[in-house]
Write a protein of this length. Structure first.
Ligand code: V47
Ligand code: SF4
Length: 398
């Protein structure tokens, strides 16, 4: 009987030996210097990021990203119990990548919920263990600031402890412009009504060369960033996203992340970063091929490496697929969003992996454990609510 190798002892992350994993590889000196900087926890520049992104082998990016992830969170993998409310898919904007929005022509697959229907949709989920509602949808001229203020007040009245994460900066910019109020006033009004935090959507790619090609008519980078900065100053945390894998380059991704990193240095208000993989079905960019899985892994690993001041990195599993999400846990990801039920349509219409995204808590915990990580149910601000048993590897591999 041979002695079982102790992975704790020989490769344990944090004891310095993990570095040996990439030091054994032959790397150009310049790449090695940047990798060492990352390993030591130092911030890298956009130029250094570009070098790693384009030159470092995937295994090196994975080792670095996992090292940073485990230094912060060990094996913990967070999820929460949330549901989505999508008020409408009618939208005044014309994003080329969007498979979900309908304009204002008659369409069988368009919907517009009334305030009563929305309240009903929320309240029918009461007492089922949910802690958060995520409200996001198309931008509809009739769904004004006053309309949503009223809706949020009603939700708050009937479900005081629910965390309300509502409205992308794109929805807010339009709502505030129509109501002729400043970002500060509009956000204060929504906060007073009961909005707790902002989701990260609408960021896409900030660089104007790309933004003008894929979503020219909605809030631009400056407006998106200003709304989040104002929210942070009012005590409302938020998330941030990046739509990757279409016509942008590595440079555009790093430029995007650099703007987020600078804002985070000023406010500290971002909880998590969510890379969203472009899906090409049923939209005007269908001719653009989707990137392979290796590019997904590189993108998430680089996000963990570059965004040294945003604590959490989320893989939104309904979009990326549950099996790839498991893989991403070893490439910097520490958050798998939540136990979403079957009501979200934004992604299924774009060709997401999961046509009917639904996972019970037990299934999500099993998914995380199988991948060798420790499931932790969190609240919306990453407070730990419940830890699950240590990871159990499938018997066949024990
Ligand atoms: O901004 C639209 C993306 C976003 C496609 O904050 C597409 O916790 C891929 O941001 N292929 C909205 N992506 C959703 C969003 C989000 C999702 C989950 C959690 C959180 C959070 C935020 O969806 C849009 C856009 O980037 N999107 N169409 C598409 N074809
Ligand atoms: Fe409208 Fe959002 Fe779709 Fe753009 S991505 S068209 S803003 S729903």
């Amino acid at each position: 009987m041979g002695v079982k190798p102790s992975f704790e002892g020989s490769y344990g992350i944090g004891n310095g030996n993990g570095r040996a994993l990439y030091q054994m590889l032959s790397l150009p000196d310049a790449v090695r210097r940047v990798a060492d900087k990352v390993w030591e926890g130092k911030r890298i520049t956009v130029e250094e990021g570009l070098l790693l992104y384009s030159e470092a082998p995937l295994a090196v990016l994975g080792t670095l990203a996992n090292h940073l992830r485990e230094k912060r969170f060990g094996k913990k993998t967070f999820f929460n119990r949330n549901f989505h409310l999508e008020p409408t898919n009618r939208c005044v904007f014309d994003c080329k990548f969007c498979s979900y929005a309908r304009n204002f022509q008659p369409a069988e697959d368009a919907w517009e919920l009334t305030a009563e229907q929305m309240l009903h949709e929320v309240l029918r989920r009461k007492d089922q263990g949910f802690t958060e509602v995520h409200i996001v949808g198309g931008v509809h001229p009739k769904m004004s600031l006053a309309f949503f203020e009223e809706l949020i007040k009603n939700i708050r009245l009937h479900w005081p402890e629910l965390h309300i994460k509502a409205f992308t900066a794109v929805e807010l910019e339009y709502m505030f412009r129509k109501a002729r109020v400043s970002e500060d006033e509009g956000l204060r009004r929504l906060q007073a009504a009961g909005v707790n935090s902002l989701p990260g959507g609408g960021a896409e790619i900030f660089h104007p060369d790309i933004r003008n090609q894929i979503c020219a008519d909605k809030a631009d980078a400056v407006q998106w960033l200003q709304i989040h900065e104002t929210a942070h100053r009012l005590g409302m945390p938020s998330n941030c996203t990046m739509l990757y894998g279409h016509v942008e380059t590595y440079y555009h991704r790093l430029h995007h992340m650099e703007l987020l990193r600078q804002l985070q240095d000023r406010t500290g208000g971002f909880n998590c970063f969510i890379p969203l993989k472009f899906r090409n079905q049923n939209n005007e960019m269908s001719a653009v091929a989707e990137v392979p899985v290796t590019e997904d892994l590189r993108c998430y690993a680089m996000a963990r490496i570059f965004l040294d001041n945003i604590p959490h990195l989320k893989a939104y599993w309904p979009m990326i697929g549950r099996h790839k999400a498991q893989l991403l846990l070893s490439f910097g990801v520490d958050d798998l969003d939540g136990t979403i039920d079957d009501t979200t349509r934004i992604y299924s219409m774009a060709g997401a992996e999961e046509q009917h995204p639904a996972l019970s808590t037990d299934e999500l915990v099993a998914l995380i454990s199988e991948a060798g990580f420790e499931a932790v149910e969190r609240d919306s601000l990453y407070g730990e609510l419940r830890r699950f048993a240590a990871p159990v590897r499938p018997k066949a591999y024990a």
